[in-house]
Design a protein around this ligand. Structure first.
Ligand SMILES: *Cc1c(COP(=O)(O)O)cnc(C)c1O
Length: 464
């Protein structure tokens, strides 16, 4: 399998090359040069597979023969053995044809574990084989950092540096990162906001001349293709449980950087019968305004109760636009470059095409709290604020009550206890493996909001 950049530059890359990098050199994102396709009979034959075996069927097509199947099997089995539910991604019925897919049974209680547990092991495999070391550099507003550290901390070939905005992530999220002990794990608390952290990381990736020779940076945010690939699997797993492929299903996805829902779009593209894909946004609603009104423009960032979706421009949306524009890289480049100064539109035909696949809704903090309270009242289930945005959007957009609608539940409610309290409910306990989190010693370094300060820190502490 070969991968190409959405901006049309460079030569096609192997899976391994794409795994070990971030953006393409031309600033684009990597996508498969061609998608595999699964026919209905084949999908139907997967109904009794375990989660790791199902994952193996799907991801093998995207990796090809670069990693032997026995090695890949061990990687996925070991990854999903870290989850505390035997089904890995259990499905809960909230009402008739209204389901919630629990993606929070991994080590850090958010769906990002699905990809990052595997990513850490894939890196380990490839780097050991090549006798190579890399430096992971990432910025987090909360969930990505802890899942990345948890997924990569055992890798002897990797040093991992995660930037978070000093005093601006929740205590649970911070402690999940800073209480991990390992001489290859470094938490940097940047004196700035999340955007500042992200700008530093972007600049470091764009000019890696500060690194020693032979060393390179690897991205762990959802621009890394391997993350998207791993997320395709649970769309199949959930759909199979409610009657696919003989029957179509719909999904509602709490959306920030568009990585999770893009995996759903890919699941549909490779053969899963998905009727509706609902883009659920909080009041950071650029995607909702585009899908609903054909207006693609940024406005200011809002801080909400669902912080993992507080995003100005969704990086993975570019991957979808590339397909919408029939893979015309020049057109895409032009569209992306204008976004900073003017509102963008697509043709009526393209807009219609987008709306045939995606619906959307915007759910503000008041509606989020109302939904948390309503779901608890109706089902005795506590849902986290991101999930609540998804559930509310699902109910608003559902065009066909006879089709199962599955909302992705992206985090455990204990991770966002402030929102649960605001909804008038008592926050739940952290699961047993996280008790003691508040007593453990924390390890992090406060650094100024400055690229040179961060690169110096990386050089000083990496083992490359
Ligand atoms: C990361 C995250 C999201 C957003 O996912 P994207 O792939 O960025 O769209 C939603 N909910 C939670 C809890 C998250 O951690």
């Amino acid at each position: 399998m070969k991968y190409i950049s959405t901006r049309g530059g460079g030569t096609p890359q192997t899976f391994e090359q794409v795994l070990l990098t971030g953006l393409a050199p031309d600033g684009g994102l990597y996508v498969p040069a061609e998608l595999p396709h699964f026919y209905q009979e084949e999908i139907a034959s997967w109904k009794s597979l375990s989660y790791p075996e199902l994952a193996l069927k799907i991801i093998s097509e995207f990796i090809g023969d670069e990693i032997p199947v026995q090695a890949l099997r061990k990687i996925v089995i070991d990854s999903y053995a870290q989850f505390d539910h035997p089904e890995v991604a259990p499905l809960t019925e909230l009402a008739e044809n209204d389901f919630m897919l629990e993606l929070y049974h991994g080590p850090t209680l958010a769906f990002k574990d699905f990809a990052l547990q595997v990513l850490g092991r894939l890196l380990d495999y490839v780097l050991l084989k090549n006798n190579q070391r890399v430096i992971i550099l990432g910025a987090t507003s909360g969930d990505t950092g802890s899942a990345a550290i948890e997924g990569c901390r055992h890798s002897e070939q990797v040093d991992i540096f995660i930037l978070h905005p000093h005093q601006r992530v929740s205590e649970v999220q911070r402690r999940q990162m800073t209480t991990v002990v390992g001489d290859n794990v470094f938490n940097l608390a940047v004196e700035g906001n999340f955007d500042d952290c992200q700008s530093i990381v972007k600049a470091a990736f764009a000019d890696q001349s500060f690194l020693p020779e032979e060393s390179q940076l690897v991205a762990v945010n959802s621009i890394n293709w391997a993350r998207i690939m791993m997320q395709i699997v649970y769309y199949f797993s959930a759909a199979l449980k409610v009657g696919a492929p003989e029957r179509a299903v719909s999904f509602s996805v709490p959306t920030g950087n568009f990585g999770d829902i893009y995996a759903g779009f890919l699941a549909k593209s490779i053969g899963l019968p998905i009727k509706q894909l609902v883009v659920a946004t909080n009041s950071n609603d650029i995607l909702h305004r585009f899908i609903n009104g054909n207006e693609y423009s940024t406005n200011g960032l809002n801080q909400t109760l669902s912080p993992s979706m507080d995003i100005l421009v969704s990086s993975n949306f570019e991957r979808y636009l590339f397909d919408l524009f029939d893979r015309d890289a020049a057109l895409l480049k032009d569209f992306m470059s204008k976004l900073n100064h003017e509102s963008q539109q697509v043709s009526d035909e393209k807009w219609k095409q987008m709306r045939e696949c995606f619906s959307s809704a915007r759910v503000d903090d008041a509606l989020t709290c109302e939904t948390i309270a309503k779901v608890f009242c109706d089902t005795a289930k506590l849902v986290d604020p991101h999930t609540a945005v998804g559930i509310r959007a699902a109910r608003e957009c559902n065009a066909d009550p006879s089709t199962p609608m599955i909302t992705l539940s992206t985090a455990h409610p204990a991770k966002f206890s402030n929102a649960i309290n605001e909804a008038g409910l008592d926050a739940p306990q952290l699961p047993p493996h996280l008790t003691g989190l508040f007593e453990k010693e924390e390890h992090y370094s406060v650094v100024p909001n400055d690229l040179a300060a961060v690169t110096e820190f990386v050089i000083k502490h990496s083992h490359s």
